[in-house]
Design a protein around this ligand. Structure first.
Ligand SMILES: [Zn+2]
Length: 263
């Protein structure tokens, strides 16, 4: 019973953070202040009432339109809110909260996935990965290493695993970046794989990279056919998806792989 109460609370809290992520997605590329300004309609600048700020619910009640000027609101808002809520529920379901250690890791993973959502939408819209988000994930990575280091009784193995994770995929991508003069990969992608590698460790960052490449190879050609988008591949969202999957299911996937092919 308590479990369900925690899940519902975590998911609701996730959708509220999701609202805040929408603000970040809108304001970070414009370099507007994120917290100070009250929320307003992007079109008519009317300040939003409290009941227009309830995640998902407001969008449904207002039927996706601004109450004042009736402009159509982007479907991105409820999608980001719902996605973030579901992800928080999933993280707590997988990693739990039964000790300080697991609770801290669950919180770090939730925040990291939120950062990945913001990064993905901004990259899709602007083809840029903001440095602020990279630094945020770097801090999450450092926190993960410190927590695991303490929990493991100061095992050098933790430092090695995560330190190697920082360099492994990112150095490979950095070489690719210089070899192709930034044509095949963006500088932001290199930074992302470095900080995510610190958080995940070397095994899981390789997995995340492979998943990202496979998804890009499958989804991008379909997207180009449907939307007639430019050839420029925003790699960030695919890498982010790979990283999120590696956070959530990486240990199981690697375990399954070893069981299937090596035993
Ligand atoms: Zn409006």
């Amino acid at each position: 019973m308590i479990d369900y109460f925690v899940y519902v609370t975590v998911i609701l809290f996730g959708t509220m953070i999701g609202s805040f992520l929408n603000v970040c997605i809108y304001r970070i590329p414009k370099e507007e202040d994120i917290v100070v300004e009250p929320s307003h309609c992007m079109n008519c600048k009317t300040r939003l009432k409290w009941y227009e700020l309830v995640p998902i619910f407001s969008y449904l009640v207002l039927r996706g339109r601004c109450r004042t000027c009736k402009i159509k609101l982007s479907v991105q808002y409820p999608i980001v809110e719902a996605l973030n809520g579901i992800m928080y529920g999933l993280v707590f379901c997988i990693f739990g909260w039964d000790s300080v250690y697991t609770l801290l890791l669950s919180i770090i993973y939730c925040l990291t996935i939120s950062a990945l959502i913001v990064l993905s939408v901004i990259d899709l819209k602007t083809q840029l990965i903001p440095l602020g988000i990279i630094i945020f994930i770097l801090v999450m990575g450092l926190a993960t290493v410190i927590i695991k280091f303490v929990e493991s009784g100061r095992s050098m193995d933790v430092l090695l695993t995560h330190g190697l994770g920082f360099f492994l995929v990112s150095l490979f991508l950095l070489l690719l970046f210089y070899a192709t003069n930034g044509g095949a990969i963006g500088g932001g992608d290199v930074q992302l794989m470095a900080v995510a590698g610190l958080l995940l460790g070397w095994k899981l960052i390789i997995l995340a990279f492979l998943i990202g490449c496979i998804l890009a190879a499958i989804i991008h050609p379909i997207k180009m056919r449907i939307q007639d988008v430019s050839r420029v591949l925003a790699f960030g969202p695919y890498l982010s998806l790979g990283i999120a999957i590696a956070i959530l299911f990486g240990k199981q996937i690697i375990g399954w792989y070893i069981d299937t092919f090596f035993i």
